[in-house]
Design a protein around this ligand. Structure first.
Ligand code: AMP
Ligand code: ZN
Length: 473
């Protein structure tokens, strides 16, 4: 598989450190608000990469952090502390806020068929790891104390700007937009590893450390959580493109200074989802969520399909018109699949292999999901048996996870209901009522007999708390 690497700026043949095994790290969400659909674009595309590696035969171990503390990078960080702001806004503690939005994040992931990584690690549970690594960085003279905080000294590195060619003079103080000057720093690009003093002194969460009571900076958490669970050599590190600098640049600086050797081979960055008015951002407070799309009648999987139609290395513009186009395409595709007969012949192995090759070629070429979606259309149009087509869709869905077969089955049922003869419907409903009455009288033999009659008629009963409904087999 060829995979673009931000580090080499080329599409390179992917080779893991250990044959057959892949270690993969994903920057997780900052949990002071709901994830917006831009954040979720990144997680959808990372999910496709994770699943495609597994599909290609690799054993993948994936780790993700939860930023529930440590989102500050220097004392000059912008605006207000985001977790505290969230807590104040909702009159909750910081940990309550973190729990609420972590759960909300995973609910969104579930709706989008995004698999949960093998390890999910909240930063607040790894404080000991951060202290261990910071101590060693001080011992190795890569970190210094100033004004009560511990800073990483970027001047000690041979090369700091690994992803781009920034000149120090081009950078604003604190290397991020809208930040104030932090006079403790020796060099503009230095960043805080541990705070004991900051303008955000009303922090709820603080821990003892050799440098006084305080809390960690943001970058250190991903380095430490990754090394703790995935060891000293990492195959793939992913995140949205905004993370490349300074977050990932700083992760590399401190991890390699700590380890004394190269740390991660592949850096995979997903480009942003934008609106017509610019980048969608969590801190601006105005953003679109999965729940909002649902409330407007969109299936979350239509959003997944929308993301899949474009390449992860191109920025994507979100408009409702674009989403509507994706919805129309998704409905057409699932309607075509609904017309396939699951009992339609045998799987033709040769046709299966040649159509699968198209799908594999697309994803082997730097995860070209839009061509992978095209190969789904090639399958439905192909001159082969329905059984072959369904087997292929099932196979592709291990990676795409678009809920295509489920949506098609639902359509098939709806069609069967709409086309059913009214007399037949009346008969079925009569038998169901008789079965309900028999159950009430504890006449289970009769209830079972009626179920058998309905099964013979091709009717499947669905017992729910509200009563019994049915569908056609
Ligand atoms: P955050 O919760 O802000 O830490 O962001 C979670 C993930 O979403 C990170 O990998 C970010 O790089 C990514 N991200 C942030 N904004 C966008 C956007 N507009 N489009 C795509 N990904 C984004
Ligand atoms: Zn990170």
């Amino acid at each position: 598989m060829k995979l673009y690497n931000t580090l080499t700026r080329t599409k390179d043949e992917f080779v893991p450190n250990e044959p057959g095994k892949v270690s993969m790290y994903t920057c997780g969400p900052t949990v002071y608000h709901f994830a917006h659909i831009g954040n979720l674009r990144t997680y959808i595309m990372e999910d496709v990469l994770d699943k495609y590696l597994r599909y290609s035969g690799y054993e993948v171990k994936r780790v993700m952090n939860i930023t529930d503390v440590g989102h500050l990078t220097s004392d000059a960080d912008e605006g207000e502390d985001k977790m505290l702001k969230g807590a104040k806004r909702e009159k909750k503690t910081v940990l309550e806020i973190a729990k609420f939005y972590t759960d909300a994040f995973f609910e969104d992931c579930k709706k989008l068929n995004i698999k949960t990584p093998e390890v999910v690690a909240p930063a607040t549970q790894c404080i000991g790891e951060f202290i261990k690594v910071i101590k060693k960085l001080i011992e190795k003279d890569y970190a210094y104390e100033a004004g009560g905080n511990i800073y990483f000294d970027t001047s000690k590195l041979e090369s700091y700007y690994v992803f781009n060619n920034f000149e120090e003079e081009d950078l604003q103080d604190g290397v991020r937009e809208g930040v104030e000057k932090d006079s403790n720093k020796r060099n503009k690009a230095d960043f805080v590893l541990w705070f004991t003093k900051s303008k955000f002194d009303d922090q709820e969460l603080k821990w003892n450390s050799p440098w006084g009571v305080g809390y960690p900076g943001w970058h250190i958490e991903c380095s430490c959580i990754s090394m703790k669970h995935l060891g000293e050599k990492l195959d793939i590190h992913c995140g949205g493109i905004d993370n490349a600098f300074p977050h990932h640049t700083n992760e590399i600086a401190q991890s390699e200074a700590y380890l004394g050797h190269k740390w991660c081979n592949w850096w995979v960055h997903v480009l942003h989802l934008n609106t017509n008015s610019g980048k969608m951002s969590k801190s601006s407070g105005e953003f679109l969520t999965v729940s909002l799309l649902e409330s407007k009648g969109y299936d979350p999987l239509v959003y997944r399909f929308f993301c899949m139609q474009s390449h992860y290395r191109k920025s994507l513009v979100f408009t409702y018109e674009n989403l509507d186009n994706a919805k129309v395409a998704y409905d057409k595709l699932t309607s075509r699949i609904a017309q396939l007969d699951p009992k339609g012949g045998d799987v033709d192995e040769a046709a299966f292999a040649s159509l699968k090759a198209g799908f594999v070629d697309a994803l082997d070429n730097d995860l070209n999901t839009s061509l992978a979606v095209t190969s789904l259309y090639d399958v439905v149009k192909a001159d082969t048996t329905d059984a072959t087509k369904i087997a292929l869709i099932e196979d592709f869905e291990k990676v795409l996870s678009l809920g295509l077969l489920e949506a098609a089955a639902k359509k098939r049922e709806e069609n069967a209901m709409a086309n059913a003869d009214p007399e037949l419907i009346a008969k079925i409903e009569g038998l169901i009522a008789e079965r309900t009455a028999a159950k009430k009288e504890r006449n289970f033999a009769r209830a079972d007999e009626i179920r058998a009659i309905l099964t013979d008629m091709g009717v499947i009963l669905v017992d729910t708390k509200e009563g019994t409904t049915y569908k056609f087999a």
